[in-house]
Structure formats: structure tokens, C-alpha cells
Design a protein around this ligand. Sequence first.
Ligand code: COA
Length: 163
Amino acid sequence: MKIAVYPGSFDPITLGHMDIIRRSAKVFDKLVVAVLCNVEKKGLFPIEERVAMISKLVEKYDNIEVVSFQGLLVDFMKTVDAQIIVKGLRVGLDFDYELQMSHMNRKLSDDRVETILMMASTEYSYISSSSVREILHFKGDIRSFVPEEIIQDVLKKSETMEG
Ligand code: COA
């Protein structure tokens, strides 16, 4: 069984991430969406809310699981018996970073883990979570960037956080 992990911060999840999730779930037998719980970086949305939002979006897929993880990605991957990392490539700039991470993760895992890069669909290639956070901060319209099903959750949370 080919189990792939799609790791990220997902703070919050965007239409761009969903594009990669939907397409990867067709390529692999099982996809684990792994939300990084970074103790040094608080983020806008607490981890359990990021997991809940993504879970809501993928509930119709029976081969997608959503979990949070801490520490090294390759160590987490052992716990779910996965050997493939999926990452999305939006623009050329992403490539250099992903190339380095891919080599790092392969070395760290003694050649056990391979990274597969999936080209982001052009209509989402400019979206990032940090731009969504910035739009939220200035009370702009996020509807073109965030999946419709979670817009209310995102708006509600950002309102309470801004006080
Ligand atoms: N659509 C929309 N946005 C995308 C995207 C896509 N297809 N692909 C990437 N992005 C965005 C992300 O949301 C993120 O946006 P932001 O910086 O505005 O928040 C940005 O592009 C960078 O993405 P990525 O490189 O995937 O970073 P990340 O923070 O989401 O995830 C981990 C990084 C979790 C994969 C990585 O830090 C990790 O594996 N950490 C664990 C520790 C470890 O093992 N390190 C490796 C050893 S050195």
C-alpha cells in the first residue's frame, strides 16, 4: 500500500493546499495530511483547530487522514508507515527549497523516504497562508483563497483573536 504524507503548517489551509490534497489522494492509496505542531511558532490558528478544519474538508474521502505531529517529519512518517512525502510546487522559487528539504529528508531517513513534487494548479499558484493571514488582519475578503466550507470558521476565529 502506497501511503503518502502531505506535511505543512496549514495556518490556515487554503484552496491551494486542497488542490494538492485532492489530486494526491487519487495518486496514492492513502494520504496522511500532517499538521506541524511547532512549539516555537504559535501561529494564528491553534493546531487542534487547523486539524478540525482540514478534517471537515476531507471527510468525504475515505483514504485521507488528518493528524498533527511534532519533531522530525521522517520520524513521524515511521509511525504511520509512510515512505513518500508529497509537496506542492507553486512557482520556480519553491523548487530550490523543496530540493534541499528532499535531500535532507532522504539522508535523515537512510534513503527510506522519497519526496514527490506535485505542480500546483495555475489558478492557485500565487496563494499562501501568510497572505491569507494578512488579508484577515486587515479585514479583507478571503473568499477566493480559502475553501468555502470553512470560511465562517476562519472568520469567527480571526475575529475572536483580534479581540
Ligand atoms: N498551496 C498553497 N500554499 C502552499 C502550497 C500550495 N500548494 N504549498 C506551499 N504553500 C505555502 C504554505 O502554506 C506556506 O505558507 P506560509 O509560509 O505563507 O505560511 C509556504 O507555502 C511554505 O510551505 P512549506 O514549505 O510547505 O512550509 P510549511 O510551514 O507549510 O511546512 C514542513 C513545513 C512542516 C513541511 C517542514 O517544516 C517540516 O517538515 N518540519 C518538521 C521538521 C523537519 O523534519 N525538518 C526537516 C529536517 S531539516
